[in-house]
Design a protein around this ligand. Structure first.
Ligand SMILES: [Zn+2]
Length: 214
């Protein structure tokens, strides 16, 4: 379970609150703020969370979605403001075929229901499948994600001035979420917060195979 101190933008846990600036940002986010406004994570993506999220992702254990969503609602309490629209990061329809459901949409549906928020499962559309991003450079990831996400036409007028809570299961490089945020901003969303089940700690040599994840 992820408790304070954590960075309000990248959601990374910090060894001490002394590492956070007055605005609650870590040094990296003060230098380069993520595309989204605030970021929250329910868990650090350690071995236990990994097991849980992988089960959600690749097995049919949909109960895990309810469990994770409950903790995400708690972690995201201050960004799940009244009137917020809850939107999942979309997967490409080819992935949907092989995996049968979008795990981010499962989470966002539970979160919206628990919170009494409006759910927009089809606000964003992924226009093409992308390659695995974790081992790419920042520039290469950005290029790969360019123009991948689009707001569906019927949502374009609806987003103006809204607060959107973008939901995903994992925050790794942030490239996918950034592409979503850009599309949402272009459609007029005012505040965009990111709420994830697990954030991968920024530690070199971490014993997690990121290639497995995206
Ligand atoms: Zn940060």
């Amino acid at each position: 379970m992820l408790g304070p101190p954590y960075c309000k933008a990248c959601a990374q846990p910090q060894a001490s609150s002394a590492l956070l600036g007055a605005d609650g940002l870590c040094a990296a986010c003060e230098r380069r703020h993520p595309a989204w406004d605030q970021g929250r994570a329910a868990f650090v993506y350690d071995a236990a969370a990994r097991d849980m999220i992988l089960r959600l992702k690749y097995a049919d254990q949909i109960d895990y979605a309810a469990f994770l969503a409950k903790h995400m609602v708690r972690a995201g309490q201050d960004v799940l403001v009244p009137g917020a629209l809850v939107v999942p990061v979309p997967v490409h329809r080819w992935r949907l075929l092989s995996r049968r459901y979008n795990q981010a949409a499962l989470l966002s549906r539970h979160i919206a229901r628990m919170q009494g928020s409006e759910h927009g499962p089809d606000v964003l559309e992924r226009l093409r499948a992308t390659v695995r991003l974790a081992r790419f450079s920042r520039g290469a990831r950005r290029q790969e994600m360019q123009g991948v996400m689009r707001v569906r036409a019927r949502w374009r007028g609806v987003l103006r001035g809204r607060t959107v809570v973008l939901v995903d299961d994992m925050l790794t490089t942030g490239a996918t979420a950034t592409a979503c945020v850009q599309a949402l901003r272009e459609a007029g969303a005012q505040k965009i917060h990111l709420l994830v089940a697990g954030v991968v700690p920024e530690r070199p040599g971490l014993d997690i195979d990121l290639q497995e994840m995206h």
